[in-house]
Design a protein around this ligand. Structure first.
Ligand SMILES: Cc1ncc(COP(=O)(O)O)c(C=O)c1O
Ligand SMILES: N[C@@H](CCCC[NH3+])C(=O)O
Length: 434
């Protein structure tokens, strides 16, 4: 059994997170319930920051808020001195309402609207990560209208495709994001941007993928970009002040995942960029990264009430919980794997193998296949580990299921940070036929 962060077993034999009894949490806040281990999120944030500080590198660690964006979460990110990556007006709005310092907000997205870009400029955010020629032109028009200046990074597609465990170098990257480095688009974008006096081109950005367990892909990406930086310095007198290598650092969902320490990515990236910049006589740029999953993923646990069960003789036993693909779509979308225990008896001997079904009207609404559990019945609470990233943020109201509440636990205290949706919330925006 693998417990993350402050999770353990208390003297009642119950699962405990942040010093709080998980069963009592369900009694107070209901189920399904997302529970976040605040100490673990702080530890992860500090780990990334410390890795840069120890090497005395100017850096920004921007939390990719798509992983889990709520007011309390963004306030926590601010407390930990993180910057913030937002990818939509909604994420930006949440950040502003959370009081997140605008100068540390970076705005991503492959189809930012005029309204979103105006919102970014009006709030004087730290930088816009420009993704394509359409955006370059639109941003220029808006800046002219507002007589505004804006810091930008150019999102580059370096031609490296990161698959979870291996890396494939592609000649021509087929991606909806960014300016291609190989075919000259990136250089054309740079020249266009440099001609516009409304833009301060801070540097370059790339993101090679997600749930990556090795450093190789990041180092290859850095190499390709720094090589271009040298060419662009000589040809266009442009020297990037910032090199943003994105997020994607992998975490442990199950025993099959073997992540490396978050600091390891940072240490190796710094070493490689130092080596390359020395080789090409460039100034060391600021290094920015954008972890999402690795800051919050393993800090989240979802608690469910166990309900019905069905035995298919000789095949399997299905055990249904009171949530499913509406609160965690990752198994249905990516065949993502999770581990789970019974929160009311996590150490009990596992003598059954069951498959955990959600309650949505879809055969594909399965959370975990073939999970070893003790004999399980109606009074049991299932705790699914590692649901902190892309769980709540990808939740939905399929079958008109209200979204669960979110609770932060720390030092023996629980704090409700997102209320449970009600049926009334579900129809709030509906209008009658006549
Ligand atoms: C541009 C960018 N930055 C950061 C992230 C965060 O990725 P992860 O949650 O895997 O760290 C993503 C998502 O993959 C992304 O697209
Ligand atoms: N949502 C995905 C990751 C996408 C990251 C954003 N580019 C996941 O749950 O793993």
């Amino acid at each position: 059994m693998y417990f993350y962060g402050t999770t353990g077993v208390n003297n009642k034999g119950h699962l405990e997170i942040g010093g709080v009894d998980a069963v009592e949490l369900t009694q107070e806040f209901g189920t399904p319930l997302y529970v976040y281990d605040v100490a673990l999120m702080r530890e992860r944030a500090k780990g990334f920051k410390k890795a840069f500080e120890e090497q005395q590198i100017n850096a920004q660690v921007a939390y990719a808020s798509k992983a889990f964006s709520t007011i309390a979460m963004l306030q926590l990110a601010d407390e930990e001195g993180l910057s913030l990556d937002v990818v939509s007006g909604g994420e930006l709005y949440t950040a502003i309402k959370a009081g997140f310092p605008a100068e540390r907000i970076h705005f991503h997205g492959n189809n930012k609207s005029r309204e979103e870009l105006e919102m970014a400029l009006d709030n004087r955010i730290g930088c816009v990560v420009v993704d394509n020629f359409y955006e370059l032109a639109l941003l220029k028009t808006i800046c002219c209208e507002k007589d505004a200046k804006v810091n930008i990074l150019l999102r580059i597609t370096p031609g490296i495709e990161a698959h979870t465990h291996d890396y494939i170098l592609t000649g021509q990257e087929d991606s909806k994001f960014g300016f291609d480095l190989q075919n000259g688009q990136a250089e054309k974008a740079l020249l266009t941007a440099l001609q516009c006096h409304h833009f301060e081109v801070l540097g370059l950005h790339c993101h090679i993928g997600s749930q990556i367990f090795e450093t190789t892909g990041f180092l290859l990406a850095a190499k390709k970009i720094v090589e271009k930086m040298e060419i662009w310095k000589n040809m266009h007198s442009f020297e990037a002040k910032v090199l943003n290598l994105g997020g994607g650092f992998g975490i442990r969902y199950t025993k099959d995942d073997e992540p490396i320490q978050p600091s390891q990515y940072v240490i190796e990236i710094i070493k490689e960029v130092k080596r390359l910049t020395k080789q090409y006589s460039l100034n060391m740029p600021e290094i920015w990264i954008e972890p999402g999953r690795s800051l919050v993923g393993d800090a989240g646990i979802t608690l469910y009430q166990v309900g019905s069960s069905k035995e298919v003789p000789g095949v399997r036993k299905y055990l249904a919980v009171d949530g499913g693909m509406s609160d965690n779509i990752r198994p249905a979308l990516y065949q993502a794997k999770y581990e789970a225990v019974l929160a009311n008896k996590p150490l009990a001997k596992t003598d059954e193998t069951v498959s955990i079904a959600g309650k949505c009207c879809e055969s594909g609404d399965m959370l975990i296949w073939d999970l070893p559990l003790p004999e399980t019945g109606e009074d049991d609470i299932l705790a699914v580990f590692c649901t902190g990233a892309y769980g709540y943020s990808m939740s939905n109201n399929y079958n008109r299921l209200p979204r669960p509440a979110v609770v932060f636990v720390e030092n023996g205290e629980a704090r409700l940070v997102v209320k449970r949706e009600t049926y009334e919330d579900l129809i709030r925006l509906d209008l009658p036929l006549k």
